[in-house]
Design a protein around this ligand. Structure first.
Ligand code: CMC
Length: 381
């Protein structure tokens, strides 16, 4: 029997349209990103993270009263279930924070009475809990793991600033507050990236929102996706001085290795988020010798990679120096990405559940077919 003849598989699903969405749009040819139709440059300039979350979930910007009510609803949700805090104390040493986060978010489902309810109303309430609790999990785990006291969320502050103060234990200054807010706004959604797609595939089986977000966190961890920001900082540390950039980059390219924080499947020009982060990276690093050196190295890498490969930095490149300046340890960088992207993941799960059809593509079978079964005693290697 001959296998059924089919068109060839699209490797990496490049340019495949997998669903309709009103949430995010990446215009790769023109280097533009939109949340529910609003351009990221406008949102980065004028909107808070909570406004973006409301926008992604409701397809419109909130009024002042709605925003106040929304904040009043979500900030108290930053408190975590006690058993989860106790579990943090039992996590073995040396675990990557993304592994902890993936397990912790799956664990949160145990303490939510609405886990099994996929109605729009229940999903909306669970989404609010997740948007508040993902940053708290990261901050609380970090402090417990490092023998530090926990910091309570401040109801007068937003999620991003609360995250930073609960993580570092310090009240952030104006520059740091602006930088963390910008980080959260810029990472909130990005169309059908790998982690969002993983969330939507999981949601399309009518699995619960915690299952979908757990799948998304698993996908975000990889260095070709959110894990790239950690690899960027490791590269900056490895280079050491701006004068060594040329040799270092040429060496990577000669070995056909990837330069982390560069290139993108959809953007053919500069990622608009990188432009904002480059500027903030310069601003927040000013005054700090090590951080300014990282910024200088980053600028040289950017010039060298553009010249030799003609590719541009993506969101992960300058996010590394911004996070360094904010006092985030390098192995937590990808968790900060997750702390913001939870907005988009939850929006996509709600959109999927609201108009669901199981996502079930096919593969091209390229093995031998059919094969005659061989009894154990007659098998050869
Ligand atoms: N370093 C060196 N060469 C690269 C890079 C890079 N970072 N990115 C793309 N290229 C080259 C690649 O070698 C190929 O060149 P050639 O045609 O000469 O062989 C060409 O560009 C096309 O590459 P591709 O592998 O077909 O591109 P892709 O769309 O499959 O990959 C990517 C997209 C993001 C995985 C890739 O650019 C990459 O590995 N980047 C480094 C990891 C990274 O920064 N990831 C973060 C992505 S954006 C934000 C996020 O999701 O977190």
């Amino acid at each position: 029997m001959e296998p059924e003849v089919r068109p060839v598989a699209v490797r990496g699903l490049e340019d495949v349209i997998a669903a309709d969405t009103r949430i995010g749009y990446v215009d790769g040819a023109n280097g533009k990103l939109y949340y529910a139709g609003y351009e990221i440059n406008d949102l980065a300039k004028h909107a808070s993270y909570e406004e973006c979350v409301f926008l992604l979930w409701n397809d419109r910007l909130p009024t002042k009263k709605e925003l106040m009510d929304f904040r009043a609803e979500i900030i108290p949700e930053m408190t975590l279930p006690r058993p989860l805090i106790q579990w943090f104390r039992r996590v073995p040493r040396g675990v990557h924070p993304m592994v902890m986060l993936r397990s912790a978010i799956s664990d949160l489902a145990l303490y939510d009475k609405e886990t099994e309810d996929n109605s729009l109303e229940a999903n909306r309430r669970k989404a609010a809990r997740l948007v508040a609790k993902v940053p708290s999990v990261i901050a609380n785990f970090y402090r417990i793991y490092n023998g530090l006291d926990l910091i309570e969320p401040d109801p007068k502050k937003g999620i991003a600033v609360n995250f930073l103060r609960m993580f570092t234990g310090k009240e952030p200054d104006k520059k740091s507050r602006e930088a963390i807010e910008l980080m959260f706004v810029l990472h909130a959604d990005h169309g059908f990236n790998a982690s969002t797609f993983a969330a939507r595939v999981t949601a399309s089986t009518l699995a619960d929102i915690y299952a979908a977000v757990t799948a998304a966190i698993g996908a975000l961890k990889g260095p070709l996706h959110g894990g790239a920001n950690q690899r960027v900082m490791e590269m900056l540390e490895g280079i050491g001085s701006p004068d060594d950039v040329e040799d270092y980059i040429n060496g990577l390219l000669a070995r056909r290795e990837r330069i982390m924080g560069f290139g993108h499947r959809v953007y053919k020009v500069e990622d608009p988020r990188a432009r904002h982060l480059r500027k903030y990276s310069e601003d927040v690093c000013g005054g700090d010798v090590a951080c300014s050196r990282y910024y200088a190295i980053s600028r040289r890498i950017e010039q060298q990679v553009k010249k030799t490969k003609g590719i541009y930095p993506n969101v992960d490149f300058y996010s590394a120096t911004v996070q360094h300046a904010l006092g985030i340890p390098v192995d937590y960088y990808t968790t900060v990405f997750a702390a913001s992207r939870i907005a988009g993941w939850t929006a996509h799960v709600m959109e999927q559940h609201a108009d669901n059809r199981l996502m079930r593509p096919r593969s091209q079978f390229v093995g031998k077919l059919p094969r005659r079964f061989v009894q154990m005693e007659k098998r050869k290697k």
